[in-house]
Write a protein that binds this ligand. Sequence first.
Ligand SMILES: [Fe+2]
Ligand SMILES: [Fe+2]
Length: 164
Amino acid sequence: MNESLITALQEQANYELFAAHSYDAIAYWCEANDYHGFASFFFDQAEEEREHSKKFFTHLMDRGIDPILTEIGKPQAEFESIPELALKARTMEKSNTDQIIGCYQIARDTSEIRSIPFLLEFVEEQVEEESWTAKLITLTDRAQCAGALYTLDRHIMQEMSDES
Ligand SMILES: [Fe+2]
Ligand SMILES: [Fe+2]
């Protein structure tokens, strides 16, 4: 397997773990600030990111490469507001998309055809990921007062159930 693709896939697998760590930090912030609905939503996102990481490592192993887990950076843990969390999620998902497209481009340019279907699945997944962040931004922007935010918190899992 091409060395630059191996490096890119190892980095991506570790980046997915960082995304999980970041969503956990967001979820704990929600929990600490009594937004239990948002907390559940973000804990679920963290779980999904861990599954993504596992898929990348499994793909590497399927192709005969041992996974290399690196240190995970400290995630942002302080936030001002719920809308800020939605913006943070969008920023994270957008950079994740860029990195996955980068992996795809390396696979294409090095003719690593056997990794392309795997990567295209993630390109598609990222379209969905960016879509839920957009919806979350809309919903949280609309909840202008404390009461509206409280109601949104109670219903957020249901509101987002088709999206993520
Ligand atoms: Fe992911
Ligand atoms: Fe994601």
